[in-house]
Design a protein around this ligand. Structure first.
Ligand SMILES: *Cc1c(COP(=O)(O)O)cnc(C)c1O
Length: 361
């Protein structure tokens, strides 16, 4: 799906040089590279503050905790996402309330949110899935109207913008993942929270470090969720090139669009409201198994993100038995993600699309 080796080879001197100096100084956790990365990422995104944490899942967990979400609170989110979005809600004893998605963008459908608001609703957590920003304007107005907090799951959308703002700077908190395969990825686990509020930033900083502002003084029960210096070295090198990488993804998406035009695949829809950074290039097809088999036979990867919507996962199924979200269910049965990385060549895209066309013809 991705060739991470290309960027490593391009950045090898910078990354290995940075890592060597970390190893020589032996300062591994929350050191100068983490601090510099936080500043550089906040500047790039136009976020007031950014706080690096140990993973994207932790970013969601700590942001929800800092937002004061707790037992019995309802958080509205999408069923068509990675499990971590809902897991983080459950870590706090809160209840994920799933609202169906837009069939074209695969993001939460803003028009369906207000029907899900109850007196227990505290927050809305849209995901900018596959790199395309959710339609935030109506979601922002709805949150203002109902007095709800807005948090963004930006695990797949680093550098994607909506209405002149980067994702992660629209709601009260932005939650990012730097898992290696994400469009900004490190060489292990990593994550980050953005926020405009200095109080919120302070809460998250405290929560990531055992509830402590000052060493061995603990104000609240916190967590161990810190980014390490070696990961920050990788992230600083890649952050400098993120626009070029995202541009590369858009170029690959254009090539796919061109070469797959006229087939009966439903190609990714761009709503034109935000910039899509194509973390994934995901099509809809009723012939998914046949296409996947043919790609596999040609030694080409493909993947189903996501085969089971969250309300149908074993862990949630009993609680959500009466919930029906037909668009998410239909999308999960037809979605197929094709290989996507910034450096993919026209020839590689053609090889993939030729195999697909062979199945469809
Ligand atoms: C990857 C991902 C996460 C979790 O990030 P980790 O760094 O793997 O913990 C959360 N939400 C979405 C939408 C993701 O894609």
């Amino acid at each position: 799906m991705v060739d991470l080796n290309i960027q490593y080879r391009q950045l090898q001197d910078e990354i290995e040089g940075g890592m060597r100096s970390v190893l020589e100084k032996c300062q591994f956790i929350l050191g100068p590279n983490v601090a510099a990365f936080e500043e550089e990422a906040a500047a790039f995104l136009g976020a007031g503050h950014s706080v690096a944490v140990a993973s994207g899942t932790d970013a969601l967990h700590l942001a929800l905790a800092a937002a004061g979400i707790g037992p019995g609170d309802e958080v509205i989110t999408t069923p068509f996402t990675f499990i971590a979005t809902a897991e983080a809600i459950r870590y706090l004893g809160a209840v994920p309330v799933f609202v169906d998605i837009d069939p074209r963008t695969f993001n939460i459908d803003p028009e369906k949110i207000s029907a899900a608001v109850t007196p227990a609703t505290r927050a809305v957590l849209p995901v900018h899935l596959f790199g395309q920003p959710a339609d935030m304007d109506p979601i922002v107005s709805l949150c203002e109207r109902h007095g709800l907090l807005l948090l963004e799951d930006c695990a797949q959308s680093f550098g994607a913008a909506y209405g002149g703002k980067m994702t992660g700077t629209i709601g009260s908190f932005g939650c990012f993942s730097f898992f290696p395969s994400k469009n900004l990825g490190c060489y292990g686990d990593g994550g980050m929270i953005t926020t405009v509020s200095s109080e919120h930033a302070d809460s998250v900083r405290m929560l990531r470090n055992h509830g402590s502002r000052q060493r061995y003084h603990h104000d609240v029960i916190g967590y161990n969720s810190r980014l390490d210096e070696l990961q920050a070295v990788v992230l600083r090198a890649k952050l400098k090139r993120i626009e070029q990488y995202n541009q590369g993804r858009r170029r690959v998406a254009d090539l796919y669009n061109e070469m797959l035009a006229g087939t009966d695949l439903v190609l990714p829809f761009q709503d034109g409201k935000g910039t899509h950074v194509f973390h994934q290039y995901t099509v809809l097809t009723t012939r998914r198994d046949g296409i996947m088999d043919a790609l596999k036979a040609a030694d080409i990867a493909s993947a189903v993100y996501y085969p089971i919507p969250l309300h149908r996962q074993k862990v949630f199924a009993a609680q959500y038995r009466s919930v029906s979200l037909p668009v998410a269910e239909a999308t999960a049965s037809q979605c197929l993600s094709l290989p996507m990385f910034p450096e993919m060549t026209e020839e590689q895209v053609r090889t993939v699309t030729d195999v697909i066309k062979g199945v469809l013809s």
